[in-house]
Design a binder for this molecule. Structure first.
Ligand code: CUA
Length: 154
């Protein structure tokens, strides 16, 4: 009689572990590490670093660009054109005030989604001079095609 209880207990704990591992694997698999940082999309105006969008130099050729997307604009600071010297690495740090927006720096590997409530980051190094257009590649409404900014590498 006691064996049966222990056997049942064993089976239940095995099931519980399996479910736990399954659930965490499922969630982890669907959440790239960069999406795990959350932010309140209604308080971006007072939440660092999004209270001051724009370019910050953090090393010799090391930059951070803070982006606040909204329908239908990228707030990347006072200028729509970001200028950096050739060879610069930019860490793009973005979020959105409203709906999901895309963020793609055309001609580079920088491509991510900006989701309300999450901070996403992507990093890329600009080794060739030129103008790189930042475009929204996620349909977000009527002004979708109006969303852009530019990285100018000189
Ligand atoms: Cu923002 Cu499409």
């Amino acid at each position: 009689k006691y064996e049966k209880i222990w056997l049942l207990f064993g089976i239940i704990s095995l099931l519980a572990f399996t479910v736990t591992i399954g659930v965490s694997a499922f969630y982890m698999g669907n959440q790239p590490p960069s999406c795990l940082v959350t932010v309140d999309p209604t308080k971006l105006d007072t939440t660092a670093p999004f209270d001051q969008p724009g370019l910050k130099q953090v090393g010799e050729k090391d930059y951070e660009l803070v982006i606040v997307a909204s329908a239908f604009n990228y707030d990347v600071g006072p200028e729509k054109v970001i200028q950096v010297p050739v060879g610069s690495k930019i860490n793009f740090i973005g979020t959105t005030k409203d709906v999901i927006h895309g963020f793609e720096v055309a001609g580079t590997n920088a491509n991510m989604m900006l989701e309300p409530g999450y901070i996403n980051t992507v990093e890329t190094t600009f080794n060739k001079p030129g103008k790189y257009t930042i475009v929204c590649n996620e349909y977000c409404g009527l002004g979708h095609h109006l969303m852009f900014a530019t990285v100018e590498v000189v």
